[in-house]
Design a protein around this ligand. Structure first.
Ligand code: ARG
Length: 338
């Protein structure tokens, strides 16, 4: 068997890297079409990270992060992302917003169909409307940051009025924006998001209190593979998600909650995954390597104290409307039970 990799631009996947495996002279299989997004991120440097309140089952006021180790782990993540080929821009953390380090939840960001003109201009950010008042101040600072860089900014609810939306619940996948709702995002937010972006939103009902954001239970890997933890959802939603992923890497409830493996990110063919103290993610890592990914494991233990890991700390800003999310004039919501 001989393996050939090739970087090329095809019409369907402008940034795709395809890997071919030649199984015999007349049988060639394509086995990895990289995600076209995931190379540019916004993050928040943890200058004021603490566990000041408890809004998820991981948070415990008696377990505080160590500031020096926190910074070291965050710097390590940024370095690994840059080494894998990702760009990172940084928003300053507000002193009164200890959870702001989980930048994924600031808002859902897209590039316009024509793509970026310069740096981060030409994008749009739908700001989150946090479920808990403790985090609501984060988004006004983030909105000002995005606006200052040429992004247009909108919201589906704010200051406790209107639908809640937390962007850790939203992923571009296949023909739609897949959005988890229940613990944090409201079902009503799905309609607002679909209309706002003119896209199809596929809602999945999250029922597990420990997987309170979709990004704790679902991680897109390439154009057909994703990590999926069915126990996060009600039965219909778990089945709907599995039907959307041609080759799921199914993980157990215990794996999801103890390894944070679904809270990984993918830069090209590199998976940046939270390390575990006891190697309990070995099965997941081995599967990813079999599929041709390089897995970089990084220690983010301090951030696990607040209930988040790599995906929560990183907000991709290169998901492009029209390329990664098909445009539908007035948007559409698809729910599992209809
Ligand atoms: N303490 C934060 C919260 O409960 C953690 C956020 C984790 N972020 C994520 N995208 N899953 O809101």
């Amino acid at each position: 068997m001989d393996t050939v990799s090739d970087n090329f631009r095809s019409r369907g996947h402008p940034c795709a890297t395809l890997w071919f495996v030649r199984l015999s002279d007349n049988h060639v299989e394509v086995f990895l079409v990289e995600l076209s997004w995931g190379r540019r991120y916004v993050m928040v440097r943890p200058d004021h990270f603490r566990v000041d309140y408890q809004i998820n089952p991981f948070m415990d006021l008696s377990q505080q992060p160590d500031p020096a180790l926190t910074r070291e782990q965050w710097d390590g993540l940024v370095a690994a992302m840059r080494a894998a080929g990702a760009g990172v821009e940084v928003i300053e953390q507000r002193g009164d917003a200890p959870d702001m380090v989980y930048a994924m939840n600031l808002g859902f960001v897209v590039e316009r169909p024509e793509g970026p003109l310069v740096s981060s201009s030409a994008g749009h950010a739908v700001m989150s409307h946090m479920r808990y008042a403790e985090r609501r101040m984060e988004t006004s600072t983030a909105a000002a940051w995005f606006a200052g860089r040429g992004f247009s900014v909108s919201y589906v609810g704010r200051e406790g009025i209107g639908a809640h939306l937390e962007a850790g619940d939203a992923f571009a996948w296949g023909d739609a924006l897949v959005v988890g709702y229940g613990p944090r995002t409201d079902e009503l937010g799905l309609k607002a998001l679909a209309t706002e972006l003119s896209v199809r939103v596929r809602g999945l009902r999250i029922t597990h209190p420990g997987m309170y954001h979709l990004d704790l239970a679902f991680c897109p890997l390439d154009d057909r593979r994703a990590i999926v933890c069915p126990s996060a959802f009600d039965e219909e939603s778990a089945a709907a998600l599995l039907a959307l992923v041609p080759e799921p890497l199914v993980i157990t409830e215990e794996e999801a909650l103890t390894t944070f493996a679904a809270n990984s990110i993918v830069v090209g063919s590199t998976v940046l995954m939270p390390a575990t103290a006891d190697g309990s993610n070995a099965r997941i890592v081995a599967r990813l390597e079999e599929w041709g990914f390089t897995v970089a494991q990084l220690d983010l233990s301090q951030f696990h104290l607040g209930g988040g890991s790599i995906r929560c700390l990183t907000n991709p800003i290169d998901v492009r409307l029209g390329r990664d999310l098909p445009l539908l004039p007035s948007g559409e919501v698809v729910l599992p039970r209809q």
